[in-house]
Design a protein around this ligand. Sequence first.
Ligand SMILES: Nc1ncnc2c1ncn2[C@@H]1O[C@H](COP(=O)(O)OP(=O)(O)OP(=O)(O)O)[C@@H](O)[C@H]1O
Ligand SMILES: [Mg+2]
Length: 241
Amino acid sequence: MTTQSTVKKGKFLYEGKAKKFYEAQEADLGIFEYTDRATAFNAKKVGQIHDKGAVNNQVSAKLFSVLEGKGIPTHFVKLLSDREMLVRRVEIIPLEVTIRNRVAGGMARQFGIEEGRRLKQPVYELHYKSDPLDDPLMNEDHALGLGLATEPELKTIRELSFQVNAALQEFFKARQLELIDFKLEFGRHKGQVLLADEISPDTMRLWQFGTEEKMDKDRFRRDLGKVEDAYQTVLTRVLND
Ligand SMILES: Nc1ncnc2c1ncn2[C@@H]1O[C@H](COP(=O)(O)OP(=O)(O)OP(=O)(O)O)[C@@H](O)[C@H]1O
Ligand SMILES: [Mg+2]
């Protein structure tokens, strides 16, 4: 689990809050290196979660493979090491898509609703991807009017997001975890919309069935303790077929 980089990476391209991105041998591919850097509240809180990079890389790889198996096109090509994966390079569509099955986090704050309320149907949200603006909520007309995506792209993104929700709910339920909500990013690659970025305990809320214990980045955001344990538990259960 502590293996460091073993793969020869190309030129460093850019770095976000949690991953470094490098060129790969083929021009249309790239290599993500997942780090242990943890941020919350759009980087107003910063820390480290030991081995988070390795957990998120392997959890993402597994979930992308599961989704590919359900016919959902993703950027994932293959795992390269504990912390590295080969992906298709995309032009990121600057939207963060959220699907919520129960009220938590931003939605609880925004509408003054208690966390945990079950929704009558899943709620699909678009957010403008902008850290300085705290990823504000926007609707499809904003995205169209601002030229962030086309109508067919938005249709695809919505359909794929609901497919991801159904697939991941089932996957986690079998592992005694309830999928409360999650964030997705999509990108353009050779004329196709692909699911990109990562799907990990950093980008989902997962609650233990029965106890509703939080098993995701909320343990870091809210100083709940046992952060590393939660990430390791999620990895173990995700890899358990
Ligand atoms: N397949 C891909 N090709 C190119 N860029 C990608 C791909 N998948 C994800 N990205 C982008 O790589 C960047 C680095 O990821 P990281 O998670 O570290 O960023 P972040 O700090 O969360 O940034 P952001 O707020 O932009 O999402 C992000 O901007 C993400 O949108
Ligand atoms: Mg990110």
